[in-house]
Design a protein around this ligand. Structure first.
Ligand SMILES: O=C1C=CC(S(=O)(=O)O)=CC1(O)O
Ligand SMILES: [Ca+2]
Ligand SMILES: [Fe+2]
Length: 337
């Protein structure tokens, strides 16, 4: 196997949106993401702590979908290393020279990974003004940074193996009584995850996770949607996760793209960091207070585009966590406590 690229972190997602103005209302006016650049067809957005050009690109398109996710790699030579790594797997690879791809991003490669997702690896990217202490510009959910991608895929063990081959650690899992893998959280930066896998038809994007510094910012953005009679954008939470220990709320944008506002997970940077394993029958795993996970959270997700912008076909899941009988989801077996 060829040497994998040295991935630093999940860096940005590019979403296709069917109404750029409506998307601007949600992601900028409501959530408060900073507009680093915009043109007639696209918005380039970032959080208050981010020093690179963007962590979210919204591009007008005919179908609401994930265009690609992108990982930043440590050095320029890791871009070509990524190309060789995926070519050796027999996957489609496309070189994207600086100026021909996403605005602000230098030389990159885009691949279709073994899970069917279009993934970009880049190193060079334009810088943005330091907004960390521009409190006069902090608004909405006061999003600090992109934290992770969550993707729907039918074969969680295969997803786990692929990201292990890229050198990702595994912080937490959800497993069955026979240790069948229902979900996994994997990282390169020293927090709970850069990417997580939700079992389901895929490839589909489950959500992008955006980090804030404080749980009151998670609560505040839910209050703002309620105040404006836009509570239908709130899908799940606010609440406390079991997995990751983060405080969270999930929102749906006008196209149905899901975003998680997420805070207070934990450090995972020691070389002997151990994976924490949840049992799928533990009703605290996804919400530490045992609140049920709404069905749409398990079932709905955004389609993904291939390298030519066509919607990728999906394969149905092997395991269906939402069908597992657990108390919290109100689906039957009460565990007698
Ligand atoms: O970021 C996350 C952390 C935890 C969870 S879970 O619902 O607690 O499994 C979901 C999630 O993947 O969105
Ligand atoms: Ca219980
Ligand atoms: Fe998440």
């Amino acid at each position: 196997m060829s040497t994998p690229p040295d991935v630093v972190r999940s860096a940005y997602a590019q979403l296709a949106v069917t109404d750029l103005a409506a998307a601007r209302w949600f992601w900028v006016d409501m959530l408060g993401l900073h507009v680093q650049h915009e043109d007639a067809d696209a918005l380039y957005l970032r959080g208050t702590d981010e020093l690179t050009h963007h962590s979210l690109v919204l591009r007008a398109g005919p179908v609401a979908a994930l265009d690609h996710i992108a990982y930043r790699v440590r050095a320029p030579e890791d871009v070509e290393r990524a190309g060789r790594f995926f070519a050796a797997l027999g996957r489609p690879v496309r070189r994207v020279p600086a100026g021909t791809g996403t605005h602000g991003v230098g030389d990159a490669v885009r691949v279709v990974d073994p899970l069917g997702f279009t993934v970009e690896f880049f190193h060079a990217i334009a810088r943005g003004e330091r907004l960390i202490q521009r409190y006069d510009l902090h608004r909405g959910a006061r999003i600090a940074r992109l934290d992770h991608f969550n993707v729907c895929t039918p074969d969680i063990p295969a997803a786990y193996a692929h990201y292990r081959s890229l050198g990702f650690g595994c912080s937490e899992t959800i497993e069955g009584d026979e240790h069948e893998l229902y979900a996994a959280w994997m990282y390169r930066k020293q927090t709970v995850h850069d990417v997580a896998f939700t079992g389901g038809a895929g490839p589909r994007l489950h959500h992008v996770g955006m980090a804030t510094h404080e749980s009151h910012q998670v609560l505040h953005i839910a209050d703002v949607f309620g105040s404006l009679g836009k509570e239908h954008h709130i899908e799940r939470g606010p609440g406390r996760h079991g997995v990751s220990n983060a405080f969270y709320v999930y929102l749906r944008d006008p196209d149905g793209h899901r975003v998680e506002i997420y805070t207070s997970d934990y450090y995972t940077g020691d070389p002997d960091h151990e994976t924490y394993r949840w049992n799928v029958h533990d009703d605290r795993r996804r919400d530490f207070w045992g609140n049920a996970v709404i069905e749409s959270w398990y079932k709905e997700a955004s389609p993904v585009l291939d390298l030519d912008g066509a919607v990728q076909p999906v394969s149905e899941s092997v395991l269906d966590e939402s069908a597992v009988q657990v108390g919290a989801d109100g689906l039957g077996i009460v565990d007698g406590t």
